[in-house]
Design a protein around this ligand. Structure first.
Ligand SMILES: C=CC1=C(C)c2cc3[nH]c(cc4nc(cc5[nH]c(cc1n2)c(C)c5CCC(=O)O)C(CCC(=O)O)=C4C)c(C)c3C=C
Ligand code: FE2
Ligand code: FE2
Length: 360
């Protein structure tokens, strides 16, 4: 029951006026926040920016689950004394120098602007759309705070990964929940499910393949679907990422009307000495050229919602080189879905599904 300290105006009780603003904090209410989340990216490619970013990322036990007693000395003393230099050079080669930020940042901003436009057209001022990063800036904490301050009493949190992995979706969600722990008046929250089999996501991938193939005079013989890898142990311990990736490839193959000779699933970006999900992209493209005699291949990276260091540098430079050195002639990299209209339509449909019951 409301008492005299309530801010609520009681229309039926004229003898109890609302408190004056001076006696009470302002309470903004009534909006639904849609918070998009991606992995994060360094603020710059110099040693210290790289070190800060990699330290936060590689200290996350959802990403590397070794005991900190073993892992932290190795990370702090060996890995973080070398990798910021080598990774920094790679970032420099793909950096968006005009905007002073990495491609992942530019693309995430563009996606957010387009999704904001779609959501405002659909729901008007009832919604607020923004993005945050799991590591680095803008932090999840700053964006949850801003949404609550702006009156979002409900927040839909959307990790921008089509496939669930502990190392990506789960850690983004963990961070979101940690931020909610700090809110005095916690908003109601929902988490968006992975969308690796959503028909509009598969359609957007298929259209991007068809567009790329239409531009080639001689069609690629094989499409390599290269997904970011994880240690094989994570799969054995119950992480469904591997299976979800396989399913995306199968649905894409079916939508394109192809058979299994025209498309393969591979995993890239291996880190450290453990076995990761196989086949490794870098080895498979060389095998396709050497053993199967394939001269022309295309590579697509369905696990990435935006082009980033792992696609622009690793696929389009290192993996391409591996194919060409093994005798391949023609390598086509098919860009991520980024802010393509078909991708924005897919992400917006996923958001609308998840807003049901909150906004209809
Ligand atoms: C060390 C373990 C790593 C695991 C496990 C891992 C899983 C994983 N990552 C992505 C998406 C991205 N990773 C990106 C960069 C990146 N990833 C790792 C390591 C692991 N990732 C490192 C060390 C780096 C930094 C770059 C480097 O030093 O090589 C990025 C790009 C960020 C950018 O700024 O461009 C993305 C995106 C997925 C989807 C995934 C598991 C499913
Ligand atoms: Fe990664
Ligand atoms: Fe599997």
């Amino acid at each position: 029951m409301l008492d005299a300290t309530s801010t609520e105006t009681n229309q039926t009780n004229a003898v109890r006026p609302p408190m004056s603003p001076a006696d009470h904090p302002k309470v903004a209410m009534g909006k639904v926040g849609i918070l998009l989340a991606n992995l994060g990216t360094p603020d710059n490619y110099d040693y210290w920016s790289m070190r800060r970013y990699l330290n936060e990322f590689l200290s996350d036990r959802r990403v590397i689950d070794y005991s900190p007693w073993l892992w932290q000395p190795l990370l702090q003393l060996i890995i973080l004394s070398k990798r910021p230099f080598s990774s920094g050079k790679n970032y420099e080669s793909i950096w968006n120098h005009d905007k002073g930020e990495s491609p992942l940042m530019t693309i995430t901003k563009d996606q957010t602007a387009k999704i904001t436009e779609t959501m405002k057209a659909r729901y008007g001022d009832q919604v607020m759309v923004d993005f945050c990063m799991r590591y680095g800036n803008p932090s999840t904490k700053s964006k949850v705070r801003a949404m609550v301050d702006a009156g979002c009493r409900k927040i839909l949190f959307f990790p921008l990964y089509p496939h669930y992995a502990g190392a990506t979706s789960a850690t983004a969600n963990d961070q979101f929940f940690r931020c909610l722990m700090e809110e005095k008046w916690q908003p109601t929250a929902r988490i968006v499910d992975p969308y690796y089999e959503h028909p509009l996501y598969i359609e957007a991938l298929a259209q991007s393949v068809e567009r790329a193939y239409a531009q080639e005079e001689h069609k690629p013989e094989v499409l390599v679907c290269s997904y970011h890898g994880v240690p094989k142990r994570y799969l054995m311990e119950g992480d469904p990422y591997h299976c979800q990736c396989q399913k995306t490839t199968r649905l894409l193959m079916e939508r394109l009307g192809w058979d299994k000779t025209q498309i393969v699933t591979t995993f890239q970006s291996r880190f450290g000495p453990e076995e990761w999900l196989k086949p490794y992209t870098v080895e498979e493209v060389a095998r396709l050229a050497k053993e199967d005699g394939k001269k022309r291949i295309a590579v697509i990276a369905p696990a990435f919602s935006a082009d980033c260091i792992e696609t622009l540098e690793e696929i389009n430079e290192e993996i391409k080189e591996s194919f060409e050195e093994a005798g391949g002639d023609h390598f086509t990299y098919i860009p991520c879905l980024n802010d393509d209209d078909a991708h924005i339509a897919a992400l917006s449909a996923v958001i609308e599904d998840n807003l049901k019951g909150w906004l209809d």
